[in-house]
Design a protein around this ligand. Structure first.
Ligand code: KG4
Ligand code: ZN
Length: 349
């Protein structure tokens, strides 16, 4: 029988559960349920940790039951329970972890903790009714989410070298802050992405920080400030076209930097495969520009399927399956990095 796990994700503002099965070709999603809290946090312009914990508590049982029901499985047939152990909001993480721990104890199955970003790394392997699963191999990963922006040299499971990361804001955070200052609500990424498609990306010359530096680091807080200064000077965009132009110019600056640093990382590492994961991997401008870059530079490009870019439990289940034979442990943490020694399989701890 193929191993199957139930996974729970509650690190930020999505309560998610999924049932994932290990097949020879890769992890296969039997069910994936995501209940978002965006409308709870929208009026505050960002995630309020205490509210997130409370809403996870209110949703988690129903979300887990729905995942089991959709997979048409009894909990007793699972091989393990997998939870996100960090990074994330501690109160929010603990909701998923405690529910998982309760289930694992009742079912007498192992409880496996997964690093949230390792989950994102596994998201490009997921198969389901519309996509074939794949195995987890070496690649260069661009992790772009609300909390992280980094280029990671992935040698294998648990073997990660962070080649460069943001010095300040994460790219998703920059989208959310710019959307807030333009009065576009939360989360900012999807709406700016949509408006950018109708705008002129050359209307405003926003800064491309660190683009000429020979390193693989990022900085997005200056770009956010540049949009703020623009609005201070010229007032809020007075027409839809002006708003679209600001969004398109902001997005062009973000995408230029991400593509340029990825190009540099591919040259440095000789990577033949690049995977883009995390909430911002859903961005249409980034996907199109990376596609063009892949053709020019000759690397294989894989972006997570849109349904697995944002936070979900299917990716956590895939990472749990990959670690099924390792030590069953949960290391709760707010912000341990992907290259933290505890993730390495060779250390066993
Ligand atoms: O991976 P994710 O769901 O959560 C974290 O682990 O942070 O990423 C959420 C982030 C938010 O900042 C959101 O604005 C951004 O992903 N995002 C996008 C798009 N869709 C979501 N950013 C740019 N373009 C999008 N289409
Ligand atoms: Zn995430």
């Amino acid at each position: 029988m193929n191993p199957r796990v139930l996974a729970i994700e509650s690190s930020c503002d999505e309560t998610a559960a999924a049932v994932v099965e290990q097949r020879a070709a890769g992890p296969y999603v039997l069910s994936s349920v995501v209940r978002t809290q965006v409308e709870v946090h929208a009026k505050f312009g960002g995630v309020v940790p205490e509210l997130a914990s409370r809403h996870h508590l209110g949703s988690v049982s129903a979300v887990v039951s729905k995942a089991l029901e959709d997979a048409e499985l009894e909990a007793s047939s699972l091989d393990a329970i997998v939870v996100t152990e960090g990074p994330g909001l501690i109160g929010a993480l603990l909701v998923g972890i405690q529910v998982g721990r309760g289930m694992a104890t009742a079912l007498d199955k192992p409880l496996i903790g997964v690093h949230h970003l390792e989950g994102h790394l596994l998201s490009t392997s997921l198969g389901d009714a519309t996509t074939a699963p794949s195995t987890f191999g070496p690649r260069l990963a661009l992790v772009v989410s609300g909390g992280h922006t980094e280029l990671v040299d992935v040698q294998g499971l648990g073997a990660y070298t962070i080649l460069g990361a943001t010095r300040d804001d994460a790219v998703g955070e920059a989208y959310d802050k710019v959307a807030k200052l333009l009065g576009l609500g939360y989360p900012g990424g999807p709406v700016i992405d949509r408006l950018a498609r109708e705008g002129n990306p050359e209307a405003h010359a926003f800064p491309r920080a660190m683009i000429d530096k020979p390193n693989l680091e990022f900085s997005f807080s200056g770009l956010k400030t540049a949009v703020l200064v623009h609005v201070d000077r010229h007032g809020q965009p007075s027409s839809r076209q002006e708003l679209c132009d600001v969004c398109a110019s902001f997005q062009a600056a973000v995408v230029d930097v991400l593509v340029s640093k990825t190009r540099r990382a591919v040259t440095q590492t000789g990577a033949r495969s690049v995977h883009i994961v995390g909430g911002v991997a859903a961005n249409s401008g980034l996907r199109a520009a990376m596609d063009a870059q892949a053709k020019t530079q000759g690397f294989e490009l894989r972006c997570s399927a849109l349904r697995y870019c944002g936070d979900n439990a299917a990716m956590i289940g895939a990472a749990g399956l990959a670690r099924l034979t390792g030590p069953a442990q949960v290391t709760v943490h707010a912000n341990r990095p992907l290259d933290d020694p505890y993730l390495r399989l060779d250390t066993g701890a």
